[in-house]
Design a protein around this ligand. Structure first.
Ligand SMILES: [Zn+2]
Length: 283
C-alpha cells in the first residue's frame, strides 16, 4: 500500500525515515533546531542521511519539508525510495544525500513557515542588499490578513481581491500574493529580514557535500500547485544554463515560470540559491 510510506505527523515521519535510512546503510547526522519546538515542546530535528561515498563526483540531494506542511509528501517519497530499495540502484559514481524536514518547525507544527514566520523558499536572498520589490503585495496585505476575522471582513477581503484580480489579471494576483515579500513580517509569504535557521543549516550541508563536484542534482518536494495527484517537475535556478540539461535528464517533463510553462508564480529567494551561491561555476 502506498499509504504505508506516509505519516500522520512529523514525529512518526521522522521515526520511519530514520529506520529506513539506517536499514539502507546511511550515515546520519541530526541537526536540532535550537529556535523552535514541536507542538508539545518536543525537540525537533532536520536529519541528513548520506548514502554512498561523499567523495563521489556526483551528488543527488533530495529534500523534504522546505515548506513544513508539505513535508508529509516529501517525507513519504523519501521513505518509499528507501523502503522499495531504489536507493540501492543508484550509480556507483553518485552519492545520495537526503535532507528530511528542512523546515522541521513547520513540519512538526503543520505550518508552511518557519519558527520566525518566514517562508523558507523566499528566504534565500542576499540580506545585505535591498530586497526584491513586490509592490502588489503591499496593496493587498490588508485583504490577505484582515485585522478582524469575521464573516463580514472575509467577505470584504474576498471582494477586494476579486477587484484586484479583475484590474490586474490572475497572474499578477498570484505573483503579488505568493511571489515573496520582505515588508510585512506578520504577512504571508514573508521572506524574512535575515537568514532563518533552516537556511543557514542547508548552506552548511551544501558546503559539506556539494562543492567541487561534476554534477549536483537537487529534488525539493512541494505540494499544492496544479491538479491533484500530478507531479510537476518545476525547474528553478539558472534557466539559461540548466533548462536543456534538465529536460534531457527528465524526459522533457520540466516546466519553468521563466517561460510560462509552470503553475508556479514568479518567485524570489528560493532554496536552490543555497546551491547556486555556493557553486557559481556549476549548473
Ligand atoms: Zn512548497
Amino acid at each position: 500500500m502506498v499509504t504505508q510510506y506516509f505519516s500522520d505527523n512529523y514525529f512518526e515521519a521522522r521515526d520511519k525515515f530514520l529506520a529506513a535510512a539506517n536499514k539502507s546503510g546511511a550515515v546520519i547526522e541530526s541537526h536540532r533546531n535550537p529556535n523552535g519546538a514541536g507542538p508539545n515542546g518536543q525537540d525537533i530535528y532536520t536529519d541528513v542521511a548520506v548514502f554512498g561515498d561523499p567523495a563521489s563526483p556526483k551528488i543527488l540531494m533530495i529534500v523534504s519539508g522546505t515548506h513544513g506542511n508539505e513535508g508529509f509528501c516529501g517525507s513519504g517519497c523519501q521513505i518509499a525510495y528507501l523502503q522499495q530499495g531504489l536507493i540501492q540502484q543508484r550509480a556507483d559514481d553518485t552519492c545520495v544525500v537526503m535532507v528530511h524536514a528542512l523546515n522541521c518547525y513547520g513540519f512538526a507544527n503543520v505550518r508552511r513557515v518557519t519558527e520566525d514566520n518566514v517562508d523558507l523558499n523566499r528566504n534565500f536572498v542576499d540580506h545585505d542588499k535591498s530586497y526584491p520589490d513586490n509592490i502588489g503585495y503591499a496593496d493587498i496585505h490588508h485583504l490577505l490578513v484582515p485585522q478582524d476575522w469575521t464573516a463580514e471582513s472575509v467577505k470584504q477581503a474576498n471582494k477586494g481581491l476579486a477587484i484586484y484580480r479583475s484590474e490586474h489579471g490572475a497572474g499578477a494576483l498570484q505573483n503579488a500574493i505568493s511571489g515573496g515579500q520582505h515588508t510585512h513580517p506578520d504577512g504571508v509569504f514573508f521572506g524574512g529580514i535575515k537568514p532563518s535557521w533552516s537556511n543557514t543549516m542547508l548552506r552548511s550541508i551544501v558546503n559539506q557535500y556539494c562543492l567541487k563536484k561534476e554534477h549536483v542534482a537537487l529534488l525539493d518536494f512541494h505540494t499544492g500547485l496544479g491538479p491533484n495527484g500530478i507531479g510537476e517537475l518545476i525547474l528553478n535556478g539558472d534557466f539559461k544554463q540548466s533548462y536543456e540539461r534538465a529536460q534531457g535528464w527528465y524526459n522533457d517533463e520540466v516546466t519553468s515560470f521563466q517561460d510560462g510553462s509552470s503553475t508556479s508564480a514568479e518567485l524570489t529567494g528560493m532554496m536552490c540559491f543555497a546551491f547556486l551561491d555556493a557553486m557559481p561555476a556549476i549548473n
